[in-house]
Structures are given as structure tokens and as C-alpha cells.
Design a protein around this ligand. Structure first.
Ligand code: PEP
Ligand code: MN
Length: 263
């Protein structure tokens, strides 16, 4: 069902004023984790000023260590919804538990399925049985075929509004957090009609190369880019080393726009 052979036209997903997959570029930005109303509002205001419509923020955080901040849960989704309604934005947030999908649809406009859950088949089925759009991230060590089959799980359950997100894969390379597989972008675009995003924050883990990687993503045909923005990254409760602050985000948008690749 996700194959280009089945459907030649691109899947286009409309989220309010944001249109994804129609040839224009989309941007998803926001903090790694929802920490407080004030924190989310500050970032959301910066997005609004840049004309960005899609606000991200994690409320259920799949952390490597059980001792790290696990997210605010449903309270975090409430904060996102409140801020998004105030500023007329759309919200995207990760769900990790199949039994939370139904609840999350009351707050979010897009359900994110994270890399660690790309093959959580019960979660995929649960996301496939609602009609809220889904952003599916590529697994840490998933092949492109496995990635497309994961999307197939969602679509085959009846939810055709799926977006794919390349977020880097595990290799031996240590100078980046993961290895951004830029070739996945044109392959996914050729093989599938679903929109494709590139998460430049988690793939690289490095603020200094976000811009060239975002340009590469768009040049390779990505429908959009995701990145993490925090009012004060040094005190962030997760991913403190790779989120960018608001002035850097403004500069990033300025540079991306002047590249001519962000349409
Ligand atoms: C995220 O986007 O918040 C996240 C945890 O990313 P990933 O699942 O790609 O690691
Ligand atoms: Mn993060």
C-alpha cells in the first residue's frame, strides 16, 4: 500500500495551513522534551515568528537510562495543546504505549512513533486504527525495507496519513551521534508515495552541521526537516548537547531560506 507502484501520486497531508508532501518544504521544530508551559511557549513563539506551523515536543520520552527524565506524560501533551491553540500551531508528539494512542489523539495533530519503536508492531497497529496522521521514524538499525514494512503496518490498518522520517542509523562512525543516511531520502521518495522528513538533530547530534544536513535533505528531495530548539539548551532535561537556542534557530531559518532550497 505504501509503494509508489500502487499509487503514483504523492500522499499529501493537510494540517491546518500546513501542507505536507505537495512539493513545498515543511519544518517541524520544538524542544526535545516538554518541560514546562513557559518553555514550550517560548519556543512556539519563535516558530510562529518564523511562520513555522508544526510544533514538536516529547511528553513520553524513550530514554536510554531509566534514571534520566522520562517526560511529563499526559500533562506534557496538555501543555503542547494549550500552547498550540494559543498560537494556532499543530502539535506532534511521540507515543510509546499502544494503549496511549487513543488518549493522545485528543491532544496531538500528529502521532510520532520513535526510532526505538519502529518495530513495535502493536504500537503500529494501534496507530493504524486511528485517523490522526503519524510520523514514523526509522529504527536505529532498520533497513529501508523494514522501515517501509513498518509504515505498511499502519497503512494496512486503515490510516493512510503516514510520514516517514530518516533520523540516522547506527554505524561505526563516532563523530556524529548516528549516520545520516541521505541516500534513504531519494530511495524512499522513489519507492513510496509517502512524505519524507529528515531529522537533522538526532541524526547528527551536532549543532554545527545542522544547516548543511538540512540543505542536503531538501536537495535530495525531502518534504521537510525536523530539528530541536530549546530556550536554554544547556539546562535541557534531555538532549542538552544538541538542541539549538532561539537566536541560532532564527539564523538557521534565515540561512536555509537564503539557500533557495526551502520552498
Ligand atoms: C525524538 O524525536 O524525540 C526522538 C526521541 O527521536 P528518535 O526516536 O529518532 O531517537
Ligand atoms: Mn531529542
Amino acid at each position: 500500500l505504501v509503494s509508489r507502484k500502487r499509487q503514483s501520486e504523492n500522499t499529501v497531508i493537510q494540517l491546518g495551513e500546513a501542507v505536507i508532501g505537495d512539493g513545498s518544504s515543511s519544518l517541524i521544530a520544538g524542544p526535545c522534551s516538554v518541560e514546562s508551559y513557559e518553555q514550550v511557549f517560548e519556543v512556539a513563539k519563535a516558530l510562529k515568528e518564523q511562520g513555522i506551523k508544526l510544533l514538536r515536543g516529547g511528553a513520553f520520552k524513550p530514554r536510554t537510562s531509566p534514571y534520566d527524565f522520562q517526560g511529563l506524560g499526559e500533562g506534557g501533551l496538555e501543555i503542547l495543546r494549550k500552547v498550540a491553540d494559543q498560537l494556532d500551531l499543530k502539535v506532534i508528539s511521540e507515543v510509546v504505549n499502544p494503549s496511549d494512542i487513543e488518549m493522545a489523539t485528543q491532544y496531538v495533530d500528529v502521532i510520532q512513533i520513535g526510532a526505538r519503536n519502529m518495530q513495535n508492531f502493536e504500537l503500529l497497529k494501534a496507530a493504524g486504527s486511528v485517523d490522526t496522521p503519524v510520523l514514523l521514524k526509522r529504527g536505529l538499525s532498520a533497513t529501508i525495507e523494514e522501515f517501509l514494512f513498518a509504515a505498511e503496518y499502519i497503512v494496512s490498518r486503515g490510516n493512510s496519513k503516514v510520514m516517514l522520517c530518516e533520523r540516522g542509523i547506527r554505524t561505526y562512525e563516532k563523530w556524529t551521534r548516528n549516520t545520516l543516511d541521505i541516500s534513504a531520502v531519494p530511495i524512499l521518495k522513489n519507492e513510496s508515495h509517502l512524505p519524507v522528513f529528515v531529522d537533522v538533530t538526532h541524526s547528527t547530534g551536532r549543532r554545527d552541521i545542522l544547516l548543511p544536513c538540512a540543505k542536503a535533505a531538501l536537495a535530495a528531495g525531502a518534504d521537510g526537516v525536523m530539528l530541536e530548539v530549546h530556550p536554554n539548551p544547556s539546562v535541557a532535561l534531555s538532549d542538552a548537547r544538541q538542541q539549538i537556542d532561539i537566536p541560532s534557530f532564527d539564523q538557521f531559518m534565515k540561512d536555509l531560506r537564503s539557500s533557495g532550497l526551502y520552498r
